[in-house]
Design a protein around this ligand. Structure first.
Ligand SMILES: N[C@@H](CCC(=O)N[C@@H](CS)C(=O)NCC(=O)O)C(=O)O
Length: 208
């Protein structure tokens, strides 16, 4: 099996998903710094792999893939069919549903708050943007907390691919320097993710 090539900086929530997935699956991979301060993403060579000039990008032999949640699905389907990638159709689509929810609802709601609390220089931060973002995120976190009240993981009692994008999203949410509602079920679930050996170097990184 050839070594996977992964491009992206570890400060990216989307790169974290792919690295964590690869570590869960015990895959041999090489990560190349790209994006943010590292640049690279606008070079013709990188754009020939990922014309969006974004990270992450995966190369598996001759096959190139981008879109973090899709890379997560691909790796889990290839290496963990029936485990991280559920085989039972409805279980699989439960996982898919939560991955889609992370990407299309939670991430767009939280992104501006993250930028205005963590990423932007202090003199460019706007507390109104943070407040609007929080107002959009808290109901989603309430929903997630209720979902986790009677199951250990996103799709029941077993860790699956669905825990990865949401684990990365929640790491960012819990790491933002601000007050937030108490979410005991999310905190219990997140602590169990943090304790996974494969999450080391991903979920334990400070936000930047
Ligand atoms: N939908 C894409 C979004 C990718 C994305 O937004 N990547 C950001 C980092 S999280 C990026 O490449 N930003 C430009 C950069 O890092 O230079 C995915 O999930 O892979």
């Amino acid at each position: 099996m050839s070594q996977l090539q992964i491009w992206g900086r570890m400060t990216s929530i989307n790169v974290k998903k792919v690295i964590w997935t690869s570590q869960e699956l015990g895959l041999d991979f090489e990560r190349h710094e790209a994006g943010g301060v590292h640049g690279v993403v606008k070079t013709p060579a990188y754009k020939s792999l990922n014309p969006n000039s974004q990270v992450p990008t995966l190369q598996d032999g001759d096959y190139v893939l981008w879109e973090s949640n899709v890379i997560t699905r691909y790796l889990c389907a290839k290496h963990s069919l029936g485990n991280l990638y559920p085989e039972h159709l409805q279980e699989r689509f439960d996982a898919e549903r939560w991955m889609e929810w992370q990407q299309t609802l939670v991430n767009p709601a939280s992104r501006s708050g993250f930028w205005h609390l963590v990423r932007l220089p202090a003199d460019q931060r706007d507390p109104t943007v943070v407040a609007q973002s929080n107002a959009a995120v808290e109901p989603l976190m309430a929903l997630l907390d209720a979902h986790l009240a009677n199951r250990s993981f996103m799709v029941g009692e077993r860790f699956t691919m669905a825990d990865i994008p949401l684990g990365c999203e929640v790491q960012r949410w819990l790491g933002m320097p601000q007050a937030r509602e108490k979410r005991p079920n999310i905190e219990r679930w997140f602590a169990s993710l943090l304790a996974r050996p494969a999450a080391k170097g991903v979920l334990d990184l400070a936000l930047a």
